[in-house]
Design a protein around this ligand. Sequence first.
Ligand code: FES
Ligand SMILES: [Fe+2]
Length: 392
Amino acid sequence: MQTETPSLSAPWPVKPNELPKEIFHREDIFQLELERIFRGPVWHMVGHVAELPKPGDFKTTIVGDVRLLMMHGKDGRVRVFHNSCPHRGTQLETAARGCRGEIECPYHRWVFNMEGALVSASGRDRFPATFRNEDYGLRQLKTEQRHGLIFSTFSDLAPPLDEFLGPAGDVLRQALGGDERVTLLGYQKVVYHGNWKECSDNEGYHAPLLHRAFRLLKWQGGKGTQAVSPYGHKTISAELAEAPKGKFLNDPSLIELRDPSRVPRSFVAQLFPLNLFVRHLDVINMRVAFPLSPHATEVHYAYFSRQEDDSEMCAHRRRQAANLLGPSGFISLEDGAVFDRLHEGSYTPGTVAFQKGVTDDGGIESVQLQNDEASNLFKWQVYQSMMGFTHD
Ligand code: FES
Ligand SMILES: [Fe+2]
């Protein structure tokens, strides 16, 4: 049965560039987002095969409010299962990552192989005669890989993955370095006090204004462009300006690009609803995020190196990743503070409005520049339509 769309205190949209603030904190809206968006007809980037490179390797994750267990099977395939025993529902794995020859549920010791099939169940001589192992394998999500990135969906109505990704698929390939031959360097994990839509609404307008490091390094350049897709994704290609040598940093190697032939120097693929992939200088960064409630969003930053990198290059990438782009890095530290303020501010009545890159009638300029904010409005149109807020 379809849940009804909750009514808002005023019709929405009034103007295409306006958003009602109540959608950022209402519990009933959050529950509907889990149903219609996160468990709806979209693909989620749940990881990269470099996080679980050999048979038996697993990783646990969450999409929306559903706990998942990804496992690399003996046949080389990575499958994504519900992290829940098909017997009575016990969570199967609690570790973030690990390696196991099989999965054993602790409650009644049912055992599953790396491909998710039930291989033994204790005391089955007292089970009904009709019990068949094949009816009790781990429940799997539809899953596909592109450039080693693993995408899953809960819905049979999701479009084909390549259609869903559109041109963002090629940006992801470029961001990874051309193919899937990357190695996991490590993670940073953070919980932001903010609604998931506040966290994913970060745009180019604020970058040189909020982030002091962008200004100090005169980095914004501003020559980049943004592209949007009908499924709500956004990609940004940005040319960073050359930072003044030795002026602000005692160790300028922190902002060095060791592959200076690479153009653009910075690009971002922001995938609807809540995935992000960033290539900034030598940082290769996948972000997988979980809406914990209407008020909190957990983000896992995974950093990668290329397989051909020597140890010095790996050290350079690791240091640049954590210091520049991580949750406490010096070009993103301030975002967390703003998410908190956006959320607190959302309890005041009324609407907010996008302006930079917006036309007089509230629409969107046809070309979106690097430091515009209006390209996010395409994502908001997808959101409105999936949530059922669109009206004539
Ligand atoms: S709940 Fe897993 S074996 Fe019973
Ligand atoms: Fe930011």
